[in-house]
Design a binder for this molecule. Sequence first.
Ligand code: PGA
Length: 246
Amino acid sequence: MAQKLIAGNWKSNGSLADLDAFINEISAAAGLLSRAEVVLCPPFVYLQNAVSLCGGHLAVGAQNCSMQGAGAFTGEVASEMLVDLGVQWVIVGHSERRELFGESDAVVLEKVKRALASGLKVMLCVGESLAQREQGDATRIVVKQLSVVLSELTSLESLVVAYEPVWAIGTGKTASAGDAQEMHAAIKAELLASGLKGASSVKVLYGGSVKGSNAAELFAQKDIDGALVGGASLKAKDFLAIIAES
Ligand code: PGA
């Protein structure tokens, strides 16, 4: 079976000292680390340090990138700059970017295209709100978020999809393993239907209050290929507990 991909999204948290301690502790658990493909996504300003400290089974990702290339875009970070630093991954379309910073499906699409063209691997986040789930609209929303992006790509070889139900992020609520599996199967069906290169090997991660105590059940699902972890990625011990279940 393919290795699980487990990514830690620090969001706007942590310090240089935290990063140093975290990577030291994670790297010391080499046996555990080698079970999975692990990606750490700290804030932009810590990426360079992360790149110099990580390696082997621990890769580095950014949490966002610009939809533009280099130019007069104050405050933006172009994907080429991330590649220049040695960053391998970028998270695009996280629900906090969509909700708090107004990123539409069209913006997400531009970012994905830019990032892939620069040579980054992309974790594309999709997920429905609680209201959408309660209206029975979850699958339609998620498939639409995905299909907007698939419609303009030519290859899926550097893409990973992260299904993150918005109501499960940072709330302590997790989708049941069965509900998550059902959505992951729908996502994989949409990927396959695209007929794009690499579609059958795109990993689909689950995100939303993943922790050591629920990771095993999630990872046991046929179409759950790993996890995108927020809160439980801030402490090495908690993150390692998830990796241990992979
Ligand atoms: P959480 O966040 O694990 O804290 O719920 C997940 C995410 O936002 O990627």
